[in-house]
Design a protein around this ligand. Structure first.
Ligand code: TYD
Length: 212
């Protein structure tokens, strides 16, 4: 049996990493194998690319260079880790994947959805998530949550950039409503987790992986 790919997406401070890890813990209660990973990163090569991307010292990076680096990390991740895990029947949970490039580089950097999607197809070897949880919340709320830490290169971007990213995600979620489930992230963590669990359980029942 081929495994299943579940991805988490959202703006800064949406709580997606926390929620992805909570879901992984929950899924470990079942007998199927679960693999957790993140982008950029997920492999040794990818983690090195991640450092370049997030380093505030990389502020002179051209937007196409940025896109290519995210894609390079994704290509390595897909072929080295994700596809083999899916082949062996795992449920793979990812903290960000190809939709992040559509939202951040396509909309945020205004490179356009078409170009990013075309290149994503190469970097993902045509792989599409079976389920995507998009956690939405107002940009200002997300930024407030992140305040106090030392912001990485992307977090240092202007509010307008993050607004475009959010708009990109909302468009995507509307258009790919079958695969993408929009979750309101502007509520207590436990409530968000509960909603995600419901969505994932429905999905796993539909796929015949668990029984009602
Ligand atoms: P992440 O570690 O998920 O940061 P956070 O938890 O703060 O959201 O992602 C790192 C940053 O990289 C984040 O600002 C989003 C950005 N990003 C892109 O711009 N394009 C991409 O394709 C990916 C995967 C991430």
């Amino acid at each position: 049996m081929r495994g299943l790919l579940i991805t988490f997406e959202g703006v800064e401070g949406s709580g997606k990493t926390t929620q992805a890890l909570r879901l992984v813990e929950y899924l470990k209660g079942y007998e199927f194998p679960v693999v957790f990973s993140r982008e950029p990163g997920g492999t040794q090569i990818g983690e090195r690319i991640r450092e370049i991307l997030l380093d505030p010292e990389s502020k002179g990076m051209h937007r196409l260079t940025e896109l290519f680096l995210y894609l390079a990390s994704r290509n390595q991740h897909t072929r080295e880790k994700i596809l083999p895990a899916l082949k062996s029947g795992s449920i793979v949970v990812l903290d960000r994947y190809a939709d992040s490039s559509v939202a951040y580089q396509g909309y945020g950097r205004e490179l356009g959805e078409k170009l990013v999607s075309r290149l994503n197809k190469l970097a993902t070897a045509g792989l599409r998530p079976d389920l995507t949880i998009v956690i939405d919340l107002p940009v200002a709320v997300g930024q407030q949550r992140k305040a106090g830490g030392s912001p990485d290169r992307l977090e240092q971007e202007l509010i307008e950039f993050h607004e475009r990213v959010r708009t990109g995600y909302l468009k995507l979620a509307r258009r790919a409503a079958g695969r993408c489930k929009l979750v309101n992230g502007d509520q207590p963590e436990d409530q968000v987790a509960l909603r995600i669990r419901e969505l994932v359980e429905d999905f796993l029942i539909r796929k015949g992986v668990i029984k009602k």
